[in-house]
Write a new protein. Structure first.
Length: 118
């Protein structure tokens, strides 16, 4: 958790482009560092590089052997919504809720999306 907080602070301090570059360093040291991949996915969101964002979240999910990173699943769902892929986003939000049933923010996102597509 401390590592993730340091990465989030780095992102806030540097901004998106610099944060993407900075996240590459821990990834170079440990290519299976899922928090770095997940946070790298957060950075380009502000720049509308959604395909890059989606790839970062998908990789973070693929290397999380415990399948416990609900934030990566939520980020993937948010990105799918921005790409107009609502049906996929709902399934991804379901997975995030399965991992963390007490994440009411994800539940609200899913419910809002369901209302929008009716």
């Amino acid at each position: 958790m401390l590592k993730q907080l340091k990465l989030i602070h780095l992102h806030q301090k540097l901004g998106d482009d610099e944060a993407v570059t900075a996240y590459n360093k821990p990834i170079e040291l440990n290519s299976r560092y899922s928090d770095a991949w997940s946070n790298k996915g957060n950075a380009p969101c502000q720049l509308s590089r959604f395909d890059e964002v989606l790839k970062a979240y998908e990789y973070a999910i693929s290397i999380d052997s415990n399948d416990s990173d609900s934030n990566a699943w939520e980020g993937k769902g948010d990105t799918l919504v921005k790409l107009g892929r609502s049906d996929e986003a709902i399934k991804v939000y379901d997975k995030a809720i399965e991992i963390n049933p007490h994440d009411y923010e994800v539940r609200n996102k899913k419910n809002t999306l369901l209302k929008q597509i009716k």
